[in-house]
Design a protein around this ligand. Structure first.
Ligand SMILES: [Zn+2]
Length: 311
């Protein structure tokens, strides 16, 4: 009898090993899919491309989500290269949040490389095509969230994505989204009122990268040009000379740039033209307090612009 029990025990051990392997493979295959375990305290694990979208997720998700932004605060989303740790986070996420429209399309590739089953929600998909602004060749500009009325559409889209990913908390997501949306509606009105105090002749600006067309359209700025064609592409000496001309001939009131970019080019342009300079705006990334939420960022930008253009 003992020699009969031995093979069966070996089979059991072998069976356990196979089972363990299958479990490992299943976890790997599911990645961040709905079947995978959730984050701390049973929260939904959400990974976003930027800190701005991470804040929107926190506002709507509250204590029911654990959110992480792949691009760190002060980082550059357009030229971002995800780290191995980022890949790991994407693989374990249950919902992935991007902007879309070319801003952060790298997330789709990272998600596909990890084989995750977690859905990618592109917030810009919640905005009707007729609200998009394009450049000369018709490519839509991706920075929709800098018009608060469009950020409200992001929030609505996000609430539905969270509700689908975690139906048990759907009511809480929708309730928080409604409350947040009311605050955003007020913010939209506040910013419009603030910028309205800037004299009409002082509304022409040159921006560092092309992040502000939606803000400009919503709140009444006139963007005459941009310093870089795209982040990471510094202008040539000839292009800088053209910008200097544009500033002078158009009566540009200010050159505006963001805290995450090198301000040297902005200062050169301002020195050559006498235009005012704002180098601490925020658009693609949040900053340290007091610029650590989406609402705070928009308030900050509106205040800084109003101040600079009203001097
Ligand atoms: Zn940008």
């Amino acid at each position: 009898m003992p020699h009969l029990q031995d093979p069966s025990r070996r089979l059991t051990v072998a069976g356990r090993r196979v089972l363990a392997l299958v479990v490992v493979m299943l976890v790997a295959a599911c990645g961040g899919g709905g079947a995978s375990p959730s984050g701390p305290d049973g929260t939904l694990r959400v990974v976003t491309t930027t800190t701005v979208f991470a804040d929107l997720v926190e506002q709507v998700g509250g204590p029911d989500v654990t959110v992480h932004s792949l691009v760190p605060k002060g980082g550059e989303v357009h030229t971002f290269d995800p780290t191995p740790r980022g890949f790991e986070r994407v693989a374990r996420a249950q919902l992935l949040v991007a902007n879309g429209l070319g801003l952060d399309d790298w997330l789709v590739k990272v998600a596909s490389d990890t084989g995750t089953a977690a859905p990618v929600v592109s917030l810009a998909d919640g905005v009707p095509a007729d609200r998009l602004l394009g450049d000369e060749d018709g490519t839509p500009n991706p920075h929709l969230w800098l018009d608060v009325s469009l950020a409200r559409l992001y929030v609505a889209q996000l609430a539905e994505a969270l509700a689908t990913a975690d139906p048990a908390h759907a009511a809480a997501f929708r309730e928080r989204a409604t409350t947040y949306d009311r605050r955003l509606a007020t913010l939209d009105t506040t910013i419009r009122g603030r910028l309205a105090t800037v004299p009409a002749e002082d509304r022409k600006v040159i921006s560092f990268h092309d992040a502000f067309p939606y803000f400009a359209q919503a709140y009444g700025l006139d963007i005459v040009g941009t310093i870089v064609a795209a982040p990471g592409q510094d202008p040539s000496a000839g292009e800088v000379a053209k910008l200097v001309d544009a500033v002078k001939t158009n009566g540009v009131a200010a050159v505006i740039a963001e805290a995450q970019f090198n301000a040297d080019l902005v200062r050169t342009l301002a020195d050559e033209t006498g235009a005012r300079v704002v180098t601490d705006l925020y658009d693609d990334t949040l900053g340290d307090p007091p610029v650590d939420t989406y609402e705070a960022m928009l308030t900050w930008d509106a205040d800084r612009l109003t101040e600079a253009l009203s001097d």
